[in-house]
Design a protein around this ligand. Sequence first.
Ligand code: ADP
Ligand code: MG
Length: 268
Amino acid sequence: MHASVEAIYPTPTTTAPRRPAVTVKGLSKFFGGQPLYDRFDLEIPAGSFTSIFGPNGCGKSTLINMMAGLAPYDAGQILFDERDVRDVTIGYVFQNYREALFPWRRAFENIEYPLKIQGMNTTQRRERVHELVEQFDVRFDLNRYPYEFSGGQQQLISILRALAPHPEVVFLDEPFSALDYEMTLFIREKLQSVFVQSGVTMILVSHDLEDAVYLADRVLMLTRRPTRVAAVVPCELPYPRTDATLHHPQFIAAKRRSLEVFQREVRR
Ligand SMILES: Nc1ncnc2c1ncn2[C@@H]1O[C@H](COP(=O)(O)OP(=O)(O)O)[C@@H](O)[C@H]1O
Ligand SMILES: [Mg+2]
């Protein structure tokens, strides 16, 4: 299995991206005077795959938005190996792919957008898009506009755009929530391959415990607001994971443990 993954994804010619740890210290965030986070601490190890799981409205999206520099916070610090988010190349995949893509740009223009921002020239941009097309086995015409694609294809375009600049950290907010099962499995495997190949730090919000545990080496369980860390459930099965992983005792145990914590926190 490992060999075949390497065959599909040869060692990249570009230098491997850095893999920063993410440190959240004393983070506070209020909405309408009510605390969502109150002096919240969190450490995400470099090169880990962290899934975030918790009750509806507990602040999962807000947390990754604050980490990604998309939302302000009231107090505290978020550092990527001592660096501010502005000095880190990040990739972000929004939950709502329909609002995430630029409707007036063709698919390939959407994908190369972050590279354009970085000042990369047209030839280099096209090369990078081509690389991603090969890597993800994209079979549809990227000259078309977002509205011409299915939901799954749009989400794939959105993921390619996030990966285009070789991000050091990738944030994904429920990337499977609007996809059918087949597309979910396809994208899940591709994300795993990107992780295995590049070793970037990945942070995934998921409301599907199976997806969360399948991809992650640790599942971050959050409480109801004001939000704290309820538990960090390790899932140390080797990558790449396969269908067989789903029946592995360690996988089942990690899922059961996560569910216990979740139910305790929701019933509280
Ligand atoms: N811009 C906002 N203004 C006011 N309240 C907000 C805003 N964004 C989020 N919230 C509130 O913060 C809480 C957490 O939201 P969110 O991070 O979207 O939760 P999750 O992603 O875990 O479902 C919710 O109660 C939500 O209503
Ligand atoms: Mg959310």
